[in-house]
Design a protein around this ligand. Structure first.
Ligand SMILES: Cc1cc2nc3c(=O)[nH]c(=O)nc-3n(C[C@H](O)[C@H](O)[C@H](O)COP(=O)(O)O)c2cc1C
Length: 175
């Protein structure tokens, strides 16, 4: 099982659109099951009902967490928020089981931004955290900068972006 995680709980995010598009690319290289966990599905009150002393108490949160923790490989679509990744993604990670949550899994990151950075710092910050947690991050990390200019409503139109996404998907399957 490869699980694609949308790294924001913002409604109608570009990250959700990119995640579904990436799934269609990954299916060209991977015949196993692919799941999608979109953080927009997080219960709005999860920081007060699923973390710390409430760990394990929120069924919806537990379902999302279990789908991430049971995956063999993970793909995170990471929007750039304030020069990093969204705080809600860190809160979700803080609610994973520790230390076994994502330990020894393999994963890939895709950065998405309106601006010019393409989530380069967001992915760097997240790579540090995942490496700390024992998740091995694939070195190919596409940076989809200026995403609105390269999205036609159904697909990415930028040739380099598509090449990088295909390269990453192919390498992730062999990783
Ligand atoms: C809270 C917030 C902070 C953001 N900060 C940045 C930023 O630092 N740099 C940038 O290029 N875009 C920034 N954006 C724009 C997002 O990168 C843009 O919305 C992009 O489509 C990916 O986010 P999305 O998946 O929520 O749509 C920000 C958006 C939000 C909602």
């Amino acid at each position: 099982m490869i699980t694609i995680v949308v790294g924001t709980n913002r409604e109608n995010s570009m990250s959700t659109k990119i995640a579904h598009y990436y799934k269609s690319i990954l299916e060209q290289y991977y015949t196993g099951p692919i799941d999608m966990v979109d953080l927009v599905e997080l219960p709005a009150n999860f920081t007060g009902t699923a973390l710390y002393d409430n760990n394990g108490d929120n069924d919806k949160f537990n379902d999302l967490r279990e789908r991430v923790q049971s995956a063999e490989k993970l793909v995170f679509v990471v929007p750039e928020y304030n020069g990093s990744f969204p705080g809600v993604l860190k809160a979700f990670i803080d609610g994973l089981k520790y230390p076994q949550g994502v330990r020894d899994k393999k994963g890939a990151l895709i950065g998405v931004s309106s601006g010019v950075q393409g989530g380069v710092m967001a992915m760097s910050h997240l790579t540090d955290i995942f490496n700390y947690l024992g998740l091995h991050v694939l070195a190919v990390k596409p940076k989809l900068a200026g995403i609105e200019k390269h999205w036609d409503g159904e697909k990415i139109t930028n040739t380099l972006y598509n090449t990088l996404l295909h390269q990453q998907a192919e390498k992730l399957v062999k990783f």
